[in-house]
Write a protein of this length. Structure first.
Length: 286
């Protein structure tokens, strides 16, 4: 069963005479005509995703296709959304619209990558030594888990809910990468646990999220190589200051020179949708 975030509610109220009156507990009553059923639906609080600034039926259908693991369909629909927004940008250009176009193009590439992984499957590994085979499969699980987790945050932002199939797939691949790890922890272990933290939190299981983070040694948590994963975990748990500190570590103290496209892709990630508009966040990407 997928644990639901506290903010995701689905309530059906069967009103009787007198229903909707205050009970003296400070709650705001929901009024309904007698003998009627009123359904109240509140979607998850997803912050301020860039793509929501310009409603697009194609983008919404693309996100729905991703949620159902229909990667090829999603790829084409994201392309349609990007093309439609590009047409609008010719007459009404803006940075916000440029960001939405870049986001659609980014998601199209990610959906195409997932489609490729599924078509390729697992290559023959019989000739590899056992440890090399395990290392390859673990690396593949982590690579796919990264994309699936990003897709989870992107579809949640577009649809206002956590898709259970996508959540289950992302969680399973990252847990596979964690459970197949070597006896001696390596650099991938910290990233995997931190990405699992962000994944569990997106699914509403904050206890499992914090436990995954607790498995990361202090030295690995402060390692600049893990800054993005650490920030994603903190942001998913609603820890704004910690998420911003991790992003500052990544952006302001790079381990190696980075292309502008790398920072753009980081900015587009839905992990930071609750940080958008914060001067401390926006100043990092100017």
């Amino acid at each position: 069963m997928l644990p639901l975030p506290v903010r995701l509610l689905f309530v059906a109220l069967c009103a009787a005479p007198g229903a909707g009156t205050g009970g003296g507990n400070g709650a705001h009553p929901i009024s309904a005509p007698p003998d009627r059923t009123v359904t109240v639906v509140a979607t998850d609080d997803v912050g301020a995703p860039l793509e929501r600034a310009f409603p697009s039926a194609a983008y919404a259908r693309a996100a729905a296709a991703d949620a159902e693991l229909r990667w090829d369909d999603a790829h084409l629909l994201y392309r349609q959304a990007a093309e439609a927004w590009t047409t609008s940008a010719r007459t009404r250009p803006s940075r916000a619209l440029e960001n939405a176009i870049a986001k659609a193009e980014h998601e199209a590439i990610a959906s195409q990558a997932m489609a490729g992984y599924e078509r390729l499957g697992t290559p023959p590994l019989d000739r590899l030594p056992l440890e090399a085979r395990r290392a390859f499969l673990r690396r593949r699980a982590l690579e796919v888990g990264r994309i699936l987790r990003a897709k989870l945050t992107a579809t949640r932002a577009a649809l206002g809910r956590t898709p259970p199939d996508l959540y289950g797939r992302a969680r399973a691949r990252l847990e596979e990468a964690r459970d197949d790890g070597p006896q001696v922890p390596d650099a991938d272990d910290a990233e995997t646990e931190l990405l699992l933290c962000a994944t569990y939190a997106a699914g509403g299981d904050t206890t499992a999220a914090r436990l995954a983070r607790a498995h990361v040694p202090s030295a690995a948590r402060t390692d600049p190589a893990n800054a993005l994963a650490r920030g994603a975990c903190a942001a998913a748990l609603g820890e704004t200051d910690a998420a911003l500190a991790a992003l500052e570590s990544f952006v302001l103290r790079p381990l190696i020179p980075r292309a502008d496209a790398t920072l753009r892709d980081v900015y587009l990630a839905n992990d930071w949708d609750h940080l958008r508009g914060d001067p401390r966040f926006e100043s990092l990407f100017r």
